[in-house]
Ligand binder design. Structure first.
Ligand code: HPA
Ligand code: ZN
Length: 350
C-alpha cells in the first residue's frame, strides 16, 4: 500500500472523497442500467407496448422481495431493446454516468440470451454495446470492456449455442459470466461451456453466494475455475471458505444497494462488507443494476459508508485499489490508475 496517512482524513470529508476517488466498476449489468425514462423513449421509438402507463407507475413497481421478483421486471424492461442504436444508447447512458462518478474502467455485463430469445441477432447486441465502449474511450477517457453472461435458469446447451454464436465477435468481449436465478442452478451445470470459454482465452467469472449457499462459491472456483466471484457475500457463513478466498486473493464484486433491495440484508447497517474486508478478502463495491436498486456506484459507496461506522478512509482506499487490482486490465494500466488513486488520497490528506 502506498498511501498510509488515513488518520489525516476527517470523517466528514469521506462522502466527497468517496465520490472523487478514481475507481473501477466490475459488476454492472447493462440491462440493469436501463432507466424508466429510456424504457419509455425506446418503447415509443420501437412501437413496443408497455405494461405500465407511466415512468412513475413503472418505478413504483420496483419493490422487490427477492432476486426472482426483480428478474421478472428486469427481463420485461429489456423488451424495448431491439436495434443496434438501442444498445448503443443504453451503454452510452451508463458510461456517461460512470465517468461522472470517476469510474476510470468498467467491465460491463450483458445478457445476450435475453435479446436473442426475442429474435434480436447477437451481432446487433454486441455491435451496439461495443460502439458505446469505443466512443466512451475516445470522448470520456473511460476504459470500457464487455463480459458476456449466460442465463443460469436456461440449459447449458443454450449457453453453449450462445457462446458459439458470439465467438465470431470474440474481439469485442473479454470474458464470460453467469447470472440470473441462482437457487437450484449451481455452477456445475455449466462446466462444459466454461471449459470452452477458457479454451477460447476468455476471462471467467460467476455470480455465486448472493442468494445461493456458500457451496456454490466453492463449485464456481473448483468446477468453473472462475477468477472472480460476483457477490459472494454468503461466504461469511463459512469460515474455511473465507480463509481460502483471502489466501487465494479471489476478488468479490459486492453490490451493497442490490443486497438491501433484494432483501439479502434487511438494512445496510447489517451488511457484512466490513467483516469481509477485516478478514482480508479482496472485496469491491459495485452497482449491479443501478436503474433498479437506487443508484450508481458513488451512491453505493456513500450509502454503505454512511450506514457502517466501521468503514473509514482506509477502507475507501482499499476498496478502490481492490477494484483496479481485481480488474482484467494489464499491469501498466492498473499501476497508472493506482497512482491516480494515491494522488486523490494525498490531496484529501493535505
Ligand atoms: N443476480 C443474478 N442475476 C442478475 C443480477 C443479480 O444480482 N442482476 C442482473 N442479473
Ligand atoms: Zn449481478
Amino acid at each position: 500500500m502506498t498511501f498510509t496517512a488515513f488518520d489525516r482524513i476527517p470523517r466528514d470529508c469521506l462522502p466527497a472523497l468517496l465520490r472523487a476517488m478514481p475507481k473501477a466498476e466490475l459488476h454492472m449489468h447493462v440491462e440493469g442500467s436501463l432507466e424508466p425514462e429510456l424504457i419509455f423513449r425506446l418503447a415509443q421509438r420501437n412501437g413496443v407496448a408497455l405494461a405500465y402507463p407511466s415512468v412513475e407507475a413503472l418505478r413504483a413497481a420496483y419493490a422487490f422481495t427477492d432476486l426472482q421478483s426483480f428478474l421478472d421486471i428486469y427481463y420485461a424492461g429489456a423488451s424495448v431493446l431491439l436495434k443496434e442504436e438501442d444498445f448503443f444508447d443504453l451503454a452510452w447512458a451508463y458510461l456517461q454516468r460512470a465517468a461522472a462518478d470517476n469510474v476510470l474502467h468498467a467491465e460491463i455485463f450483458f445478457d445476450p440470451q435475453t435479446h436473442t430469445a426475442r429474435g434480436v441477432p447477437i451481432e446487433t447486441v454486441i455491435k451496439g454495446l461495443d460502439h458505446a465502449c469505443r466512443r466512451a474511450h475516445q470522448e470520456l477517457r473511460i476504459s470500457a470492456k464487455l463480459i458476456l453472461c449466460f442465463l443460469r435458469h436456461l440449459s447449458e446447451d443454450e449457453a453453449l449455442a450462445t457462446l458459439e454464436a458470439a465467438l465470431p465477435y470474440r474481439h469485442h468481449f473479454i470474458g464470460v459470466g453467469l447470472d440470473s436465478s441462482e437457487r437450484g442452478h449451481p455452477p456445475e451445470k455449466f462446466v462444459r461451456v466454461f471449459d470452452r470459454a477458457r479454451a477460447a482465452g476468455l476471462h471467467v467469472v460467476a455470480h455465486a453466494g448472493e442468494e445461493g449457499p456458500p457451496e456454490y462459491i466453492r463449485s464456481a472456483l473448483d468446477m468453473l475455475e472462475v477468477e472472480r466471484i460476483d457477490h459472494g457475500v454468503r461466504s461469511i457463513e463459512d469460515p474455511a471458505l473465507m480463509a481460502r478466498l483471502a489466501r487465494e486473493g479471489i476478488p468479490l464484486t459486492v453490490c451493497p444497494l442490490s443486497n438491501v433491495r433484494l432483501c439479502v440484508y434487511k438494512t445496510m447497517a447489517e451488511h457484512q462488507l466490513p467483516a469481509l474486508l477485516a478478514a482480508g478478502l479482496k472485496a469491491t463495491v459495485n452497482s449491479d443494476d443501478p436503474a433498479y436498486f437506487g443508484g450508481y456506484i458513488n451512491q453505493n459507496f456513500v450509502e454503505t459508508f454512511a450506514a457502517l461506522p466501521q468503514l473509514g478512509a482506509r477502507e475507501a482506499y482499499v476498496l478502490a485499489r481492490n477494484s483496479f487490482e481485481a480488474s482484467f486490465a494489464d499491469d501498466a494500466a492498473k499501476a497508472g490508475w493506482i497512482a491516480q488513486l494515491d494522488e486523490a488520497f494525498a490531496a484529501a490528506a493535505q
